[in-house]
Ligand binder design. Structure first.
Ligand code: PMP
Length: 468
């Protein structure tokens, strides 16, 4: 008699969604790391049913708790989480018949709470701006609930060693088999430490020469702790990167299996995340970008020399899916507001042209003079200024129509035929935004530099700048 799982595999179906956890693909990166001589492979964990690697440890922690009698049938799972771990726990709870209560903070997007509610969890939103010890903090509330709710189990992914065990039992062996033991480097963004430590423990047992590189972020104390052994609260401040870095050292860490740490800035991680999606067609979460950026940083040793070779096989872990970040790294406005997009502005267009005097007219100039200026400088748009004030505009198109109707117009003043003044915008306005001002009636935009001098950017300038 075959065990149930094997019987169902014979019949090509699975018994429930939890059986789809793990055995994720290992996929070669073809563009984003092509500057490196080695083979770079990504373990793409968004193929898990909850779209993240956390499904693995969530199920494992629950199975261990069941085995140890920490949770009984019909019991309640309690954890402080808004993200991937909550999703994994909720899926496991659906299938196994438990309730879930998650605490989260009001800093997290409403969508995250709604996703967890969609899979049956109860979500309690707590204030962000209170100390962890404050009874209102999401940390205190989850702890209190764990004592008050009967037959409940407080997961504590940070110190629960079944977290790293999941990766020792699954992620590590899968990578070993998928590379046929050829892996030389493992690169992982580190948070609770479960992924990097569990995977590294297994791989180093197989081959102690494998190098394990950890990715941290600015605002987290992990790297400094690794380098010096000091828990330095001065390293801790709010950061934008998501999913990794910590303000304490969780019990899942065994720093002896890690060889090196690097810190990746919020901006570099975000920019690289977008590049992974565009270059590789992998729509990943923020920490995947930080992971690739970290590899690029560590590819050169402290002496500045390249330290990866043609024979090296580097495995990165891409923890989760990009859908969680559509309002963030994948949103242009969000990126712009944080200074993460290097966009061209009005100022750049003016700088790129070199020093140029603004060609302008005054209200009392004649139309003939305007036509003369257009011919002389080969321009189509001329602002009309009075004492430096932007009063109106003469454009080739507008003038053409008026001359067709009345050829005598040449002797008239600019004031009598001028069109609406060109709009004035801030000097730092992105070029893409400038294009929204350009219409059939309006061919240019004006702006003042730091000294107050006016500059013009025309439709032609914008096309030139965007096509560079
Ligand atoms: N990236 C993402 C997106 C995550 O959700 C996590 C888990 N917090 C990590 C990286 C870090 O993994 P670990 O907690 O296993 O160190």
């Amino acid at each position: 008699s075959l065990p149930l799982r094997q019987i169902t595999i014979l019949y090509m179906w699975l018994n429930n969604i939890l059986e789809t956890i793990g055995n994720t693909p290992l996929i070669k990166l073809n563009k984003i790391t092509k500057n490196l001589p080695c083979t770079v492979l990504a373990k793409v964990e968004y193929f898990n049913p909850g779209n993240s690697i956390k499904d693995r440890m969530a199920l494992k922690m629950l199975e261990v708790a069941e085995k140890e009698g920490k949770i009984k049938p019909g019991g309640t799972i309690i954890e402080g989480t808004s993200g991937n771990t909550g999703m994994g726990l909720a899926l496991a709870a659906c299938v196994k018949g438990y309730k879930c209560i998650f605490t989260t903070t009001d800093k997290q997007s409403k969508e995250k709470a709604d996703i967890l509610k969609a899979v049956g969890a109860e979500v309690i939103v707590c204030p962000t701006n209170v100390e962890p010890e404050d009874p209102r903090s999401y940390y205190s509330v989850s702890k209190r609930l764990a004592t008050e709710v009967p037959n409940s189990w407080y997961v504590n992914q940070y110190d629960n060693l079944a977290n790293r065990l999941a990766h020792y039992e699954q992620t590590g062996p899968e990578i070993w088999e998928q590379t046929e033991g050829k892996i030389t480097h493992l690169v992982v963004a580190a948070g609770t430490g479960g992924t990097i430590v569990g995977t590294a423990m297994y791989l180093k047992e197989k081959n102690p020469n494998i190098k394990v590189w950890a990715i941290d972020t600015y605002g987290s104390l992990l790297k400094k702790y690794f380098d010096t052994g000091e828990i330095d609260q001065k390293e801790v401040y709010p950061y934008i990167s998501e999913g990794f870095g910590e303000d304490f050292v969780p019990a899942n860490y065994d720093m002896s299996v890690i060889d090196e740490f690097t810190k990746v800035t919020d901006k570099d991680g975000a920019v690289m995340t977008r590049r992974i999606a565009k270059d590789e067609g992998m729509f990943c979460g923020y920490s995947a970008g930080s992971c690739v950026q970290g590899l690029q940083q560590l590819a050169k040793g402290p002496d500045g020399k390249d330290r990866l070779t043609r024979d090296d096989v580097v495995v990165l872990i891409f923890h989760d899916h990009g859908s969680r970040y559509v309002g963030k790294v994948y949103n242009d406005q969000w990126m712009l507001e944080r200074g993460f997009l290097d966009v061209k502005t009005f100022k750049d267009v003016v700088g790129g042209r070199g020093a140029q005097r603004l060609i302008s007219l005054t209200c009392s100039d004649t139309v003939a003079a305007a036509i003369e200026l257009m011919k002389k400088y080969d321009i189509e748009n001329i602002p009309v200024l009075e004492n430096g004030e932007n009063k109106g505009a003469i454009s080739e198109g507008g003038l053409f129509n008026k001359i067709l109707n009345n050829p005598d117009i040449k002797t008239q003043t600019v004031a009598s035929v001028m069109e609406k003044a060109y709009p004035e915008v801030a000097f730092e306005t992105p070029v893409e935004r400038l294009s929204t001002y350009i219409t059939r009636e309006n061919g240019a935009v004006l702006s003042r530099d730091e000294s107050g001098a006016l500059h013009i950017v025309t439709k032609y300038d914008i096309i030139q700048s965007l096509s560079k």
